[in-house]
Design a protein around this ligand. Structure first.
Ligand code: AVI
Length: 307
């Protein structure tokens, strides 16, 4: 049904003013491949910086988690990050990755089962941005949520609080380990979303290519600019696709006129201060524990107790 939702949301975006669509539609197979390339770019510091923070502090995180903890990952992302936790934790009881893509989950589960033969891996197919039930706890250890990558920043502030509230309820008695990108020199942010190789531009434009593949639209990608900038007042990177000329787009038998210079807003990526993030977590019902950063204070990882 994703295709129907995509068609409906894209039609609403094209008809609306300002035009905007959820960044979740970036991630078809091609979009996920492009995102993996973004994570390797010299300008895109979040991935390697977060991995460094996890590597340096995994021992302290393991001590907070205690023996026999289970890890619930929101989104089956890069196995590299959760592997660092599984290696450091004291006899982790179970790993529960939650993802909307069953195929992606099965692949990740198979790899982890082979690498950690004693580990119980139980994938959960579901949308973690909605209410969701988890299997009963495996043992007496704590339930530790893991939400790396600053994906929280792609939610609106209201969605972020709603997600944290649901996570606090799911993790009662345990904690959430949360990655959050930090506010910083806007030039560093600008470069991270305007890389020299144009991979982020291709990632953004893939939304239109995906619509052509799945919905039969007639977008000509060369008629749009990738436009990403830091909106300091709102503490967020905004990504847009800006029309280079007046054009007519067809979707489901409807015609939409897009004027030169008009934009389709495709993503927000909010940046946080350590204190701001902790205050938001308190509002959602968490009790903040340690927050770790890198020496340049580019990125942060937070331990949030769920009472
Ligand atoms: C997945 N998310 C945290 C990325 C970000 O930085 O907001 C997505 C992304 N968009 C452009 N580059 C990376």
């Amino acid at each position: 049904m994703t295709r129907d939702a995509f068609a409906r949301d894209l039609a609403a975006a094209l008809a609306g003013r300002p035009r905007s669509i959820s960044p979740k539609y970036f991630y078809d197979a091609e979009g996920s491949r492009l995102f993996d390339r973004i994570c390797e770019l010299p300008e895109y510091y979040p991935t390697r910086t977060e991995i460094g923070i996890l590597q340096r502090n995994a021992g302290e995180m393991a001590a907070l988690a205690g023996e026999g903890a289970e890890i619930v990952e929101f989104g089956a992302g890069s196995l590299r990050k959760v592997r660092l936790l599984l290696q450091a934790f004291d006899r982790p009881a179970r790993y529960l990755p939650i993802d909307i893509s069953g195929e992606h989950l099965r692949d990740s589960a198979a790899i982890l089962r082979a690498q950690f033969p004693g580990l119980d891996v139980q994938p959960v197919v579901g949308d973690y941005t909605q209410a969701l039930a988890l299997p009963d706890r495996a043992g007496r250890g704590k339930r530790i949520g893991f939400f790396p990558g600053s994906t929280l920043g792609n939610f609106t502030p209201d969605e972020a609080v709603a997600f944290l509230e649901r996570a606090a309820a799911l993790l009662q008695g345990g904690a959430l380990l949360l990655g959050a990108d930090l506010v910083k020199d806007p030039h560093v942010l600008h470069a991270a979303y305007n890389d020299a190789q144009g991979v982020t531009a291709a990632f953004n434009l893939n939304l239109l290519a995906r619509a052509n593949r799945e919905l039969g639209t007639n977008f000509v990608l060369s008629r749009f600019h990738h436009y990403a900038f830091y909106n300091a007042a709102l503490q967020r990177i905004e990504m847009h696709l800006v029309s280079r000329e007046r054009q007519v787009v067809t979707l489901g038998g409807e015609r939409y006129v897009v004027e030169e210079g008009e934009s389709l807003h495709t993503e927000n990526s909010y940046k946080f201060t350590v204190d701001g993030l902790r205050a938001m977590a308190v509002r959602a019902g968490f009790r903040p524990g340690p927050a770790w950063t890198d020496p340049e204070r580019l990125f942060s990882v937070h331990w949030l107790h769920a009472p």
